[in-house]
Unconditional design. Structure first.
Lengths: 591, 266
């Protein structure tokens, strides 16, 4: 047994309202640059739909992920290493920009600059690639909310085979949203496809990253990833991908997409898994066996044997505890309501989904029956084969049984909790019908419906003591402090070092920023908490004048001090070097 | 001595070299061209790569434009790259391996010559055709043209010049002229550069086209580390032997400052 920890995510699709806030905030944080205009580390797809890039799930075309060869051994679907090197000069399976979309902006300037004319001026769309006028014909979510589905709805890869029935029955009723980020797979085929070895999986938390200094732009990873979540920056010529917001996760904060999720449908936590069993599980002969095989790879963090092995593998104690409290572990293995996205790609994805019950509920409600009665819902799950088949295509390689089981659990929870909410006697037979106890069902309800911030996101911070020589690192004393700053740490916001004000060196910017962010997020007031010293952000200060709060307020007017009104001393007449101007005298003048 | 290039001569004469300089003494200009310049180019090539690697790892990439266009690239790029690889092998065979070695291995001058000319011409022409397609693509496909920097244009110029001159020299020497055995002149000079004993007189006697080809190649090598051609030195041959999945620990240095010098505080 080789225990490794993996940072993982589960999304509860029933709660997704398709608002794209996750996509937009992710883009603001990570891909708001030229060269990656078309890149969406996080995107939200309407299902049924083609996805982004178009028809990315058609692996017979794109050849992403792994497949078993004739001898039953796992190999890249796009071909052997040798084949990859031979085709390196022109990757035969690379999506073109047209498969994504041509990014554009609008010529807003004409709206204000245009001369007086008969017709009002128009802001024409301009391509961000060529800078020329363009006709917009597609974008990252052109088919949002089934828009245009009469024209291209049948292009959904998963509808092959059931498209006839779809048109007749559920085009209006069956629709849900699928937010997607990088899967941070246990067996990442992008990393395996990279000729340079630039894509790596982090030992500590399993986050898959591209080393920008080692990427040479061979483009094989774009082909290798079956989820098409590696993007090629056409300016820098390097691959970029979702980072699981590692700078945030390292200090215990959730990813930007999770943080800003309106529906609070994302859960983040650790999974412990046995790295020795990954290859074997990924080589499971039957596609439909992959979901169970991957669950077998996960380890029970409460098992004393696993804990002992994890400690041997240098996994810190608080990480093991976090794995025990992990909502991911609960949703995947305890309640068994989360399913992997496309396990048949054999990459062992680590962003899982709770399939939506809402299509079923909607149908039941529309037909006038009680949509919260477990009997009705169970019957509907059985009757509505198309949603179940479609979800099975997404989550279990086509096997409807696990999807069925999950939907039944969710339906059971719905009707069991209704009795409690209405003050009626809870019906123990409902949880029993789906193989759960009453207490377990209530716990699941708590996690799915009520869980607070710290229950949804159980993220242990990265461990600084593993590397003593780090400067700008969130150490435990600066982030996990109790009862205020300054407990041993020097120079914290509002705190002081062992020898008084400003002793002990400056506090690292990262620590300060994350500290401030966390304070803001966990405090009850919108403004900065009272016990924190008012701070001014000098990162945006251009040296002109002095922003309010640069110096602490003076308790008494001292009037004659030459430095109180003159702005920064260094901007004076310039006699003497910066040392003379900003040095000791400066300090003496401070109250 | 007048440099050979200054004398107007017919094509066969160009190909055969000027008789009076062959095996003669090297003048000052020859020393500059065939002793000083090679070392400048070599120094720039090596030091440039070291510098680029240390200061611009992020810029070390192929800067592929396949995302914008792949129909022409699918033909042009493999044609060019495989062609230039064969050309590279040919240059190693012709310049690095001494004539005496191949003869000792039982390859007669004639066999070598025919093989070299046939393979070299085919490879040269496919290289040229490939780069022609690529340059055409770069000029005509809007997004690709937009992504072309001045540096790229300069590099293309040097590259095309070296390829064309090399091909013309070969064709002129073998098809129009009666053949030129560069393995007795250019090759020893080339090896001499690496033994720090370059004999300028050997090159001074070579046909003008070969000389021009060598000069254009020197210019290309000097510019090499500062262009996108750097991707050649990181050809991913290690991919064949490394494990599929790379695991790495978190970066040792996460902050903006490096670790302090001296003893580590524990």
């Amino acid at each position: 047994m080789r225990v490794m920890a993996q940072m993982a995510m589960v999304m509860n699709l029933d709660k997704c309202i398709g608002c794209h806030t996750c996509s937009v905030t992710c883009k603001q944080a990570w891909t708001n640059r030229s060269g990656v205009e078309y890149v969406w580390f996080n995107n939200v797809e309407t299902r049924p739909g083609q996805g982004y890039p178009r028809r990315y799930e058609d692996q017979e075309t794109w050849r992403g992920g792994w497949e078993l060869n004739k001898r039953g051994r796992l190999g890249l679907k796009a071909g052997s290493r040798f084949k990859k090197l031979i085709t390196i000069f022109s990757n035969p399976k690379l999506p073109a920009l047209d498969d994504y979309y041509e990014p554009w902006t609008y010529d807003y300037e004409t709206l204000t600059n245009a001369p007086l004319q008969e017709h009002s001026p128009v802001a024409r769309p301009k391509s961000l690639i060529t800078g020329k006028d363009m006709k917009i014909s597609w974008s990252a979510n052109w088919d949002d909310d089934l828009g245009g589905s009469p024209d291209h709805g049948d292009k959904d890869v998963l509808l092959a085979g059931i498209e006839e029935k779809v048109k007749f029955q559920f085009e209006e009723t069956f629709m849900f949203y699928l937010p997607r980020i990088c899967e941070h797979c246990l067996n990442p085929s992008c990393a395996a496809s990279c000729p340079s070895g630039a894509i790596y999986k982090r030992e500590e938390d399993g986050i898959v990253l591209v080393d920008q200094d080692r990427c040479r732009g061979w483009r094989m990873c774009v082909t290798g990833c079956p989820y098409k979540k590696i993007y090629f920056n056409h300016r820098t010529g390097k691959a970029e991908k979702c980072t699981f917001c590692f700078p945030r996760v390292e200090v215990g904060l959730p990813t930007v997409c999770s943080e800003t999720c309106v529906g609070r449908l994302r859960y983040i936590g650790l999974m412990l898994y046995d790295a020795d069993k990954v290859l074997e599980a990924a080589s499971t002969p039957d596609d439909t066996g992959l979901y169970e095989a991957q669950r077998e790879v996960f380890l029970d963090p409460n098992d004393p044997e696993v804990i002992a092995e994890a400690e041997k593998a240098d996994i810190p104690r608080d990480w093991i505890e976090a794995a025990q409290r992990s909502p991911i572990h609960a949703l995947i293995n305890t309640y068994k309501v989360a399913l992997p996205l496309h396990p048949e790609y054999r990459t062992m994805p680590m962003v899982w989904y709770i399939p939506p019950l809402s299509p079923v509920v909607d149908v039941v409600r529309d037909t006038g029956y009680d949509a919260e009665d477990s009997g009705n819902l169970f019957a509907a799950i059985d009757a509505l084969r198309i949603p179940v088949d479609y979800l099975a295509q997404l989550f279990t390689a086509g096997d409807p049984a696990p999807v069925d089981a999950v939907l039944r659990r969710l339906a059971a929870m719905r009707s069991y909790m209704r009795d409690i909410n209405l003050g009626r006697e809870p019906d123990g037979s409902i949880p029993a019908a789906v193989g759960m106890g009453e207490e377990q069902m209530y716990d699941m309800y708590r996690l799915l419906a009520l869980a607070k911030y710290d229950e949804r996101y159980v993220i242990p911070p990265a461990h600084a003591e593993q590397a003593h020589n780090l400067e700008e690192l969130a150490t435990e004393c600066s982030l996990d402090y109790e009862g205020g700053p300054g407990m041993g740490g020097a120079g914290l916001p509002g705190g002081s070092g062992p020898f008084g004000e400003a002793s002990g060196g400056a506090s690292p910017i990262a620590v300060e920023n994350f500290q401030a962010l966390r304070d803001r997020q966990t405090s009850d007031s919108f403004a900065s908490p009272e016990d924190k010293t008012a701070r001014v952000n000098l990162l945006n200060w251009d040296g002109k004048g002095h922003p309010e709060g640069l110096f602490p307020p003076e308790s008494e007017q001292r009037g004659s001090s030459p430095n109180t009104s003159g702005g920064p001393e260094t901007s004076g007449t310039g006699s003497g070097g910066p040392d003379a101007a900003g040095g000791p005298e400066h300090k003496e003048d401070r109250p | 001595m007048t440099p050979p290039a200054a004398t107007p001569v017919s094509l066969p004469a160009l190909a055969a070299g000027t008789a009076e300089t062959a095996g003669g003494q090297a003048g000052a200009l020859d020393i500059v061209l065939w002793v000083v310049l090679p070392y400048i180019a070599l120094t720039m090539f090596i030091a440039g790569h070291v510098w680029r690697y240390r200061y611009d790892k992020f810029g070390w990439t192929t800067r592929s434009s396949q995302l914008h266009e792949s129909r022409l690239l699918r033909i042009g790029s493999p044609l060019f790259h495989f062609g230039i690889l064969v050309v590279l092998l040919g240059h190693i065979g012709g310049l690095v391996i001494p004539k005496s070695w191949t003869e000792a291995a039982g390859i007669s001058e004639h066999t070598y010559h025919v093989t070299a000319v046939v393979l070299g011409t085919i490879a040269g022409i496919s290289t040229l055709a490939g780069i022609a397609i690529l340059v055409y693509r770069r000029r005509t496909v809007g997004p690709v043209f937009m992504a072309t920097t001045r540096n790229d244009k300069f590099m293309y110029l040097l590259l095309v010049l070296a390829i064309v001159l090399g091909l013309v020299a070969t064709v002129a020497a073998n098809v129009v002229g009666g053949g030129y055995d560069y393995r007795t002149t250019i090759s020893p000079w080339f090896r001499g550069v690496f033994f720090f004993q370059p004999d300028a007189a050997l090159m001074a006697g070579a046909p003008v086209l070969f000389q021009l080809h060598a000069l254009s190649a020197l210019a290309l090598f000097a510019a090499w580390p500062f262009t996108r051609l750097v991707h050649m030195l990181t050809a991913p041959l290690g991919y064949l032997t490394r494990p599929y999945i790379v695991y790495r620990s978190r970066d040792v240095q996460l902050g903006s400052r490096g670790p302090r010098r001296g003893w580590e505080r524990v």
